[in-house]
Design a protein around this ligand. Structure first.
Ligand code: ATP
Length: 627
């Protein structure tokens, strides 16, 4: 037996580790299983190159709980270590690594961020155990070693009688960590961190039904056999080549990743690059409904099949964090703070690569089956529009596949749209006016009027659309967007002035005065217009500029302070309508006021603005006229 003192300068760093990593104790299991996996993979490599003259076989890693002795065991069949190697790798490497770690991250460890994803390695065992044993036998012909350390820098090392190759780590779980002796807890951790690790991991056994024999009697009772309970899939879809996978395989993997997600993904993107960085993965475009699973089922980041985090902020461009799937890369630095991550050149390249792949995929989906793409548009548009606004590269590429749907479900690209509307929707200054609606129901009458004039009306209803329109207008000088209810239909596209007014200027002024006695200027700005005599006599509109700025502010951006402004409405009164003349010529003040009130209420009704008490009074008044 030998005893010794581990060469650390900090007398007792265990309490420090516990303190700093309090919330992330659970990562110890991931670290130990990673070591076991590495040891097994190394053996595979050594046997394959003829360096290790032993049978590789079908090694597994076993995790075992011994409740009685309050121990947790992690057993592998990998390369193992000789006593000298334990001395070197554990006493020196692991411990000095831990010390270095502490020195470096003493301060940043307090930040929440990515702290849980450090590779603290073997040392992390002491976060949950007050004594750790290593029983290990090297693949080389050396005696097995037994190392014991109780958390102080002192250790003992003896020879062990272990005969099989590999390493067993025994954790004597500390009083304050007994949750790690619970089967459910360990199961949960294995599912979270080790679901796709490359070596099979056994945790207990399970019953498996034996196949029913041929000619089984009617009252045949299914027989069961006990088999290893393997908790992981060592060859997840992203580690395979796209050519090996069918659509069904991709869907199956989606279910494996998100067992609680019952909706199928719309499509997937297989990522695979090995220069200038290594990255594999599969991203899925989900159907984005308003449910909260969006929050829960996120993109998962792996490092060589070990789960790291599902917070991929900074690695995946923000607009794509709404997607699902996995990214696996050994090149993403995990032991650094978020701000560093954002400045890291490799990480930026990864983010650009993902953006480009997503754009390419969207383009090919559009080219290969436009009809199908159109059907999916409603479910993917928010991600795309967000990408157009936030990533210049994506915006450039998006012109190839972004669609502009009409209220009649016709889908145009921007180029097609310009061509389709250029004859009827060019104004007197040569600008192309794109008319759009944001809600088919509430803007129904406006949409109908615009369509009756032969205009195309787009349906742009996502929450960030006002920002997008603003950007499109900036990039296309000859293009201007206007919502159907921004003005009277005759004014949406200003053509040469050929308006003839029935009323003289004095009559128009007088009409305005009369209207203002009933309709105070604080609620509506009255705008008298000589329009087609068949057009609606009263119409409420919302000027484009103010409305858009307000919308932009409520979704971030726009003009400062605009969000607090009240809604702005105009009341367009058609001076060529019969109603305008009637109002003007009425001698009885009460009847005149009644008529104005009725016309205003009808206009409000069509904009969905007549509510509450006003609506009740309106309905009552109108029933009375039916008596
Ligand atoms: N199960 C094991 N079988 C064989 N060798 C092991 C085993 N566990 C640890 N080792 C050896 O001990 C060394 C130190 O392990 P430790 O986990 O502290 O660091 P690491 O794995 O090198 O790096 P990381 O900090 O990323 O985990 C390993 O590099 C390895 O040589």
């Amino acid at each position: 037996m030998s005893t010794g003192k581990i060469n650390v300068t900090v007398e007792n760093i265990f309490p420090l580790i516990k303190k700093f990593l309090y919330s992330d104790h659970e990562i110890f299991l991931r670290e130990l299983i990673s070591n076991a996996t590495d040891a097994t993979s190394k053996l595979k490599h050594l046997t394959s190159i003829g360096e290790a003259k032993v049978e590789y076989g079908n090694p597994i890693i076993e995790v075992k709980i011994d409740k009685e002795n309050k121990t947790l065991h992690i057993i592998d069949q990998g390369i193992g270590m000789s006593a000298e190697e334990v001395e070197k790798y554990i006493n020196q490497v692991a411990f000095s690594g831990a010390e270095e770690f502490l020195e470096k991250y003493k301060d940043s460890a307090k930040d929440t961020g990515i702290i849980g994803h450090f590779g603290l390695g073997f040392y992390s065992a002491f976060m949950v155990a007050d004594k750790v044993e290593i029983i290990t036998k090297s693949y080389k012909d050396t005696p097995a070693a037994h190392w014991v350390c109780d958390g102080s820098p002192e250790f003992t090392m003896t020879e062990s009688s272990k005969t099989e190759r590999g390493t067993e780590i025994i954790l004597h779980i500390a009083e304050d960590s007994t949750e790690f002796l619970e089967e459910n807890k360990i199961s949960e951790l294995l599912r979270k961190y080790n679901k796709f690790m490359p070596i099979p991991i056994k945790f207990g056994t399970r019953q498996e039904a034996l196949p029913q024999p041929e000619n089984a009697p009617e009252d045949y009772k299914t027989e069961y056999t006990e088999v290893d309970n393997i908790i992981n899939n060592p060859t997840p879809a992203w580690t395979k080549q796209p050519s090996e996978l069918s659509d069904a395989d991709y869907k199956k993997f989606y279910n494996e990743l998100y067992p609680m997600q019952f909706e199928e993904p719309l499509f997937h993107i297989h990522l695979n690059v090995d220069y200038p960085f290594n990255l594999t993965g599969i991203l899925y475009f989900p159907k984005l409904s308003g449910d909260l699973n969006i929050q829960k089922d996120k993109i998962q980041l792996y490092q060589n099949q070990v789960f790291v985090t599902d917070n991929v902020e900074g690695i995946v461009p923000e607009f794509l964090t709404m997607l699902r799937g996995v990214i696996d890369s050994p090149d993403i630095p995990l032991n650094v703070s978020r701000s560093y991550l954002q400045a890291d050149g490799n990480v930026k390249k990864i983010s650009n690569y993902i953006t480009r792949k997503v754009a390419d995929k969207l383009k090919s989906l559009f080219n290969e089956n436009r009809e199908d793409f159109e059907q999916k548009w409603n479910d993917i548009k928010v991600v795309i529009e967000y990408g157009m606004l936030s990533e210049a590269k994506f915006y450039e590429k998006s012109a190839d596949f972004v669609l502009y749907p009409t209220t009649d479900e016709k889908y145009y690209t921007l180029t097609e749209l310009k061509e389709a509307i250029k004859d009827k929707q060019t104004d007197k200054d040569g600008k192309l006016v794109v008319i759009y609606a944001s809600n088919k129901e509430t803007q129904h009458s406006y949409i109908e009027e615009a369509k009756a004039k032969g205009y195309e009306v787009l349906l742009l209803d996502s929450p960030i659309v006002s920002h997008l329109i603003q950007k499109l207008e900036m990039d296309n000088e000859s293009l201007t967007f206007v919502r159907v209810d921004a003005d009277h239909v005759d004014n949406l596209i200003r053509k040469e002035d050929t308006k003839i007014s029935k009323l003289t200027d004095e009559e128009q002024t007088k009409l305005k005065e009369v209207l203002e006695t009933v309709i105070p200027a604080t609620t509506f700005t009255i705008q008298t217009e000589a329009l087609d005599s068949n057009s609606a006599p009263f119409m409420i509109t919302q000027p484009e500029f103010m409305r858009r700025m307000k919308e932009m502010q409520s979704t971030g951006g726009g003009m400062f302070g605009m969000g607090n402004f009240p809604e702005m409405y105009n009341l367009v009164v058609n001076t060529n309508s019969e109603l305008a003349s009637s109002i003007l010529n009425m001698s009885d003040k009460d009847s005149q006021q009644g008529l104005i009130k009725q016309a205003l209420d009808l206009a409000k009704l069509s904009q969905g603005l007549l509510k509450g008490e006003e609506l009740t009074a309106f309905v009552k008044r109108n029933f009375n006229t039916l008596k």
